[in-house]
Design a protein. Structure first.
Lengths: 365, 365
């Protein structure tokens, strides 16, 4: 096995497939990256929950395959000069990596026994622009539950229906939903583990190029930029989230997103030592007064808002509000309150390309 | 007590004096910042080993003093809008901080019992440009020992003599020395604790303005930018470092600093799992071959050098070489080897504004 490729592309491939390699595994081969050369070169990392394959343009002199320890292979290639890398497997899996004046010879492992990626039978398929999916994941991933006792909520629901692609996360205190239009007339539901979505989010780029998503019973395949990512699905029934989102509101306001964030951040400084104390919003006369109070002291701040409906006083865990507000790029947003003890809904001024829901905290006073 | 000042300047003062405030102390007052208003406003943080005082321009309406919890005071001011801050102490040490639309009222503490900075009797005094001292600390701080059993080596020696200002750190494996010229005809020695030098390094700016250093028996005072920093000194005799630096060399080379760093970094990837294996330098024929070898594999790289003296083969712990090389900005450096088992000395091509010394590792082969 012998090939030449660019250092830059090889390192991009390594750092991508490394996201699917276990840093500590019981078998050395599971801490490895599989490298195969035929027409091109492809690298594979696989930790069973998540598998990633990345193709690299290369000038292949002789075909073959090898497994190299992921950490050492990655460290070496990262530190090479920006030039052509010469790669050759010699006797006893000894692997030569040469670039510029640098020469490395490291011990590899037989590729036999490496867990190759499963084939996905093409059942259901949908395409969406990378930048759009990346944005939707960013907008919803924060609301994924960390409670391993409700495993299904440690993932996000992807729901494809009626020409809409929707992602939903929820954890019992808040819900985040983002949606986009698609061309395909296909229907499916799948729950992708949160940590895999996080890796997929990092791999996707800010570009219009599409990512193709193929679904089988237990797995989803994401294809983009010469990269194939296979994620297992979480099994079980996701919560019927539509049931939780209120549609009738007592009070609705339009507010500057940045000003709202700043005022809650400041108020939460007072309560940060003690989560018993919520941040309180008092809305009336086109004003919102944000207050907080704890043993250390009090804070108070007034914001201008546009208001419809009744006066309202409502308390929130500031972290839950901030998690939602901070993923919003819109300058102004619409915040709707069902009642002083019911959920509040945050949406764009127009449309519903995202919907965030946050439960309030009951206040003593 | 009542004053108005700029948020920006107040936050600069807080973040500076915070470096001398204990994050966790037995007494709440020791987690506090002392604030005093008379003509101006001054803030003080003091953890006994290190004390910092910072003056802020302010419009003082009424004089007084208060102690506020450092974390909460800092967090609040950091988050205020960039505007004028109104500060007022009311009944029962309740302190109002107002800025833009934000209003905070937090519980303060009586300033009685706060450990004020000691007066330094002016014994010996020296001045040096901030950027020059900052650079000298950067060049030497990495070689400070972390071994608490040899307390004196957990600090850096400042030696002022014959119009030279010298800083020296050493830890038994390497030594770092940096020097600059001064105008004063004064002589002293003082050992400043490493962690205080680190804070002083952060506070100093990249500018020509001088820092004044005043020495008493147990303390050193650093004055710059409206800031007074008092550090305790380490007591005891520092090692006679001059004795360790060789002056006779078998081999000397001139090498490109960046290329030397890169080649050692690459070689150290092979040995990183096991410090038993040194990086080996083989110097002959105006070439330096950098090699390493461990269970995982081997590396080899050739560098062009300008060479005087005998051929030599010598091994180093790569971390010790890298720590020294990485604080050097000079494009080319002079590396001198006393023998294959004696210390190596790294210096600029001309002069001796810094001298680094590293002990080699004995090699089996």
């Amino acid at each position: 096995m012998k090939f030449v490729c660019s250092k830059h592309e090889l390192y991009e491939a390594i750092s991508t497939v490394q996201k699917a390699v276990m840093p500590k595994a019981t078998l050395p081969i599971l801490e490895g990256i599989y490298i195969e050369a035929d027409e091109n070169v492809r690298l594979v990392g696989n930790c069973f929950d998540l598998g990633i394959e990345f193709s690299v343009k290369a000038d292949v002199m002789s075909a073959g395959s090898i497994v190299l320890n992921s950490r050492i292979f990655g460290d070496i290639v990262r530190k090479l000069p920006e030039s052509e890398v010469f790669f050759e497997v010699k006797k006893n899996y000894n692997t030569v990596i040469e670039c510029g004046n640098s020469y490395f010879e490291i011990k590899g492992m037989s590729a036999e026994g490496f867990p190759m990626l499963p084939e996905i039978e093409e059942e259901k398929k949908v395409s969406i622009a990378q930048m759009s999916l990346k944005e939707m994941i960013k907008k919803t991933i924060y609301a994924i539950s960390t409670d391993e006792n409700r495993k299904i909520l440690t993932g996000s629901l992807i729901e494809v229906q009626d020409g809409e692609f929707t992602i939903v996360s929820l954890d019992g205190f808040r819900l985040a939903l983002a949606k986009a239009l698609i061309k395909e007339a296909v229907e499916f539901n799948a729950v992708i583990p949160g940590k895999n979505l996080n890796e997929i989010h990092k791999i996707m780029e800010q570009k219009e190029d599409e990512v193709k998503i193929t679904l089988s019973e237990n797995q989803a395949l994401f294809e983009m930029n010469g990269c194939r990512i296979i994620s297992k699905l979480l099994s079980g029934e996701f919560m019927n989230y539509k049931y939780f989102i209120p549609e009738q509101f007592e009070t609705e306001i339009t507010v500057d997103t940045r000003e709202f964030i700043n005022s809650i951040e400041r108020a939460s400084l007072i309560t940060s030592d003690d989560r018993r104390f919520p941040v309180k919003l008092m809305i009336s006369d086109d004003k919102m007064i944000v207050t907080s109070s704890a043993e250390i002291g009090i804070s108070k701040e007034e914001l201008k808002v546009e208001m419809d409906g009744l006066d309202i006083t409502i308390g929130f865990n500031p972290r839950y509000l901030l998690d939602s507000l901070k993923v919003i790029d819109d300058e102004m947003i619409r915040v709707s309150f069902s009642s002083s003890v019911g959920p509040c809904v945050i949406k764009p001024i127009e449309g519903d390309r995202f919907i965030f829901m946050v439960l309030p905290v009951r206040m003593n006073s």
